[in-house]
Design a protein around this ligand. Structure first.
Ligand SMILES: [Fe+2]
Length: 363
């Protein structure tokens, strides 16, 4: 672990010395102390010392990282650093790893060069190593083969499991992710102040929030995520026959960690970055306009989740979202149901209608 207190951190650009790291990997993340000195010791885990009446938390914790392909790695990296304000933590021959400023884990986005845009996998973090065996059994019993990926095969994380979901997406589950920490101030992270690390021409979201994928059979996929992986459904959109056109699922007491809407199997509709409030959404719109980024929809509010949002595209056509607000669903939260005749308000509450691009464009 590179930056536990008292351990000398490698220089930026230093060849990674971690065991099992692929040859040619370099570090970009500076591993320095944050400006305000408020470093969180990554070796300190609140979870491990928690001995509550309810027992320790189990299963899937939250979205870990989204791995996408892109046809121009330099252009994509320039956008995700220069406009989104993410930090590059590592580079290999064909990939760039990035994280948001308030994330401790090694990366929340991997960009890999490929001749076509798309999604390699979605990685969710589980609470504990032994959750992997439990979930591996559950997925196997469902009838899907599970692959074990050993430590060192994937940069920045330990052993993981991978499998295909009913909609043909590759899903990864992992407990052991390297903590690289953050070098930026944490107790007063004010983008707008002088002497702060975020120029106003960057959005600089604190973290990744959720993702939305396509599935031809939304109902079948939703059952898989709920019955096999333990997701809870917060909202659903039904067609006139009562079939699910879209579902919103959570593990982290947020309105959604993962959503599924009707569309081609394997499709990625968008991944979304968290912002702290509506003012940040407005500032993000300013940044997007300043940088000439193509908006898809917004700024506006969703009916579903009640969150505030902007959709836009990275320069290569992958849809991004910035998102804030919404409610905090406990496990006893009743599922909210929308019907297709009200789909406009469900998705874009102010406009009350969907545009064709939002419905049809995916990567
Ligand atoms: Fe979203």
């Amino acid at each position: 672990m590179a930056n536990v207190k008292g351990v000398t951190a490698p220089e930026a650009g230093h060849v990674d010395l971690a065991e099992g790291t692929p040859a040619g990997t370099t570090r970009d993340f500076p591993f320095g102390e944050p400006a305000d000195g408020l470093r969180v010791d990554p070796s300190d885990s609140r979870q491990q010392s928690r001995g509550t009446v309810a027992g320790r938390p189990r299963g899937i914790l939250r979205l870990g990282h989204v791995d996408v392909t892109c046809t121009d790695l330099d252009l994509a990296t320039a956008y995700y650093t220069g406009v989104m304000g993410m930090d590059v933590t590592a580079r290999t021959e064909d990939s760039v790893y990035l994280k948001c400023w308030d994330e401790e884990d090694h990366h929340s986005l991997r960009l890999r060069y490929a001749p076509r845009m798309g999604m390699d996998l979605m990685s969710f973090k589980v609470h504990h190593e032994d959750d992997l065996a439990d979930l591996e059994n559950r997925v196997s019993r469902y009838g899907f083969p599970v692959e074990r990926i050993s430590k060192g095969q994937t940069l920045g994380q330990g052993e993981s499991i991978r499998f295909s979901t009913p909609s043909g997406h590759v899903m990864e589950l992992v407990a052991d992710v390297e903590k690289v920490g953050t070098t930026r101030p944490r107790h007063l992270p004010d983008n707008a102040s002088d002497d702060q690390p975020f120029p106003r021409d960057m959005i600089a979201p604190p973290r990744m929030d959720h993702m939305l994928i396509n599935a031809e059979e939304v109902g079948e996929s939703t059952q898989f995520y709920m019955d096999v992986l333990g997701f809870r459904i917060t909202e659903q959109l039904l067609d006139g026959n009562g079939h699910q056109l879209g579902t919103w699922l959570e593990r982290s007491h947020s309105p959604h960690d993962l959503a599924i809407v009707h569309g081609p199997n394997g499709g990625l509709h968008h991944f979304a970055f968290w912002l702290d409030d509506w003012d940040d959404v407005r500032d993000a719109a300013d940044v997007l306009a300043y940088n000439g980024i193509q908006l898809d929809v917004g700024p506006t509010r969703h009916g579903i989740t009640r969150g505030s949002t902007i959709y836009f595209f990275d320069p290569l056509g992958t849809r991004n979202e910035v998102f804030t607000g919404g409610y905090r669903p406990d496990p006893d939260f009743p599922t909210l149901t929308w019907t297709e005749d009200n789909i406009g308000r469900a998705v874009f509450y102010y406009e009350g209608e969907l545009n064709e691009r939002f419905m049809r464009v995916h990567t």
